[in-house]
Design a protein around this ligand. Structure first.
Ligand code: AMP
Length: 212
């Protein structure tokens, strides 16, 4: 968890190796659906472009299907879900059906100015979902993905006006999710400022603690 641009996706990908569990990003799944022109894609496109949350009834089916897939059988790293209190309940029900539990809910924090800087400079690869930054993680050849050679793009929701809306949506709808996990004693707060390696090390230390 954490506000848009705080580094959830970047860090989740880095934990795949440590945990041996797949990275499940609801944002990536939704963007793929839009790109692929599926039914779901048609229904969610306008929400993504406006930086608004996709309705919970659509998210319920999506998470149920994804967590039931084989690769999620021995664990998963959820990125970007749950984002509303209703989704917390949805996840509880799905986990109960799967006979699975949640080890912890990690929340990354960073000041708003830093978040806006990170998001406006973010460039993503539509081919392989790799993420770059104009200042702090520039690709070797400008505008070209280091990993697969596709042309990098700016996400339509990474413009300053939409970023402000996404931050407002986060405060209003997702902040209470963090509080719900805090009340359950499952919230793990991690400083999202600094070098990505340092942040990964902090996450790994916290993971060791909760798994000890
Ligand atoms: P992200 O890549 O996590 O920043 O998500 C990008 C966009 O996908 C969000 O601004 C929402 O429009 C949508 N989205 C991703 N996850 C969820 C979710 N759990 N509930 C509702 N909408 C979501």
């Amino acid at each position: 968890m954490g506000p848009p641009g705080v580094g959830k996706g970047t860090q989740a990908v880095r934990l795949v190796g440590t945990l041996g569990a797949p990275h499940i990003s609801t944002g990536d799944i939704l963007r793929e659906a839009v790109k692929g022109g599926t039914d779901l894609g048609g229904k969610v496109r306008s929400f993504l472009e406006a930086g608004k949350l996709v309705p919970d009834d659509l998210m319920g089916g999506l998470i149920l299907d994804r967590l039931a897939q084989n690769d999620a059988g021995s664990g998963f790293i959820l990125d970007g879900f749950p984002r509303t209190l209703e989704q917390v309940h949805l996840l509880d029900r799905v986990l109960e059906n799967l006979g699975a539990g949640l080890d912890g809910a990690f929340i990354l924090a960073a000041p708003e100015g830093e978040i806006v800087r990170r998001l406006t400079g973010r460039r993503v690869c539509p081919g392989c979902n790799a993420v770059f930054h104009l200042d702090s993680k520039a690709p070797e050849a400008p505008g070209v993905c280091d990993d697969c050679g596709s042309a990098l793009v700016q996400r339509p929701d990474d413009t300053e006006a939409v970023i402000r809306d996404r931050l407002a949506v986060y405060e209003e709808q997702t902040r209470p999710v963090a509080e719900a996990y805090r009340e359950r004693g499952q919230l793990v707060e991690v400083d999202g400022l600094g070098d990505p390696d340092e942040i990964t090390a902090r996450l790994e230390d916290s993971l060791k603690e909760i798994r000890a």
